[in-house]
Design a protein around this ligand. Structure first.
Ligand code: DC
Length: 219
């Protein structure tokens, strides 16, 4: 059983994916973190050809409620959240052939096993036959508010209008990129989280899962 959780930044997908993984006791694959790991290693090792990262000893280890990233025997998780790594990740994501290659890596990593898979295009291109596909949305204003609050919690200076502007720009870029524009899968369940708590969204996902299991038992 695969559950894919997609959605734009600030839709709550990471929090929801982690919690669903925890409640079900099944591994969680954060694909964005994997993109960041490959981006980080390609920078650190100064690779001319980014595709060489697939030959490097990078281990992406999906576990319950977390995805561990190990490089050369060292946990590198906390080096992956910088703006620089994020920028590099979004650049390599647009290289021709890179998505196909990393998607193959994800499929080989998880095989037929159970998992919660989070990330852009998880339900469209990574696991198009997932049993349950969730696409979270929220108004741009609400997503900006969440991001702004998060930045403040982290003790960073942030201007709400600036954050909103960045979110609107990123939405536009993601939806209009020529290769793999960011869209929900046709058979995804859309959940608008604007007025919902994380717990409410998690509850909704688990209810949908029960419905699917019930149906498959009835044949
Ligand atoms: O989710 P994130 O911000 O940590 O992801 C980092 C970058 O990786 C994001 O800007 C685009 C890319 N990415 C992607 O293209 N497809 C995914 N499934 C996950 C991430």
């Amino acid at each position: 059983m695969k559950i894919t959780i997609d959605g734009p930044a600030g839709s709550g997908k990471s929090s929801v994916a982690k919690e669903v993984s925890k409640r079900l006791g099944i591994p969680y694959l954060n694909t964005g973190l994997a993109y960041r790991a490959f981006a980080y290693v390609s920078m650190k090792d100064g690779l001319q050809d980014v595709f060489e990262v697939f030959e490097r000893p990078i281990q992406i280890v999906p576990q319950v409620a977390q995805t561990q990233v190990v490089y050369e025997g060292e946990d590198i998780q906390d080096r992956l959240h910088s703006e620089e790594v994020g920028r590099r990740a979004s650049q390599i994501a647009t290289l021709p052939g890179f998505r196909e290659r990393i998607n193959r890596f994800f499929r080989e990593l998880l095989g037929e096993g159970e998992a919660v898979v989070e990330g852009r295009d998880a339900g469209t291109h990574i696991f198009p036959r997932a049993e349950l596909k969730i696409f979270l949305t929220a108004s741009a204003e609400e997503r900006a508010k969440r991001r702004w609050q998060q930045l403040k919690r982290e003790g960073l200076q942030a201007d709400y209008e600036e954050v909103l502007k960045a979110i609107l720009e990123r939405d536009h870029r993601d939806a209009n990129r020529p290769l793999y524009p960011f869209r929900p899968a046709e058979d995804a369940v859309l959940i608008d989280t604007t007025h919902m708590s994380i717990e409410q969204v998690v509850h909704k996902v688990l209810t949908l899962l029960e419905e699917i299991k019930g149906k498959s038992l009835k044949g």
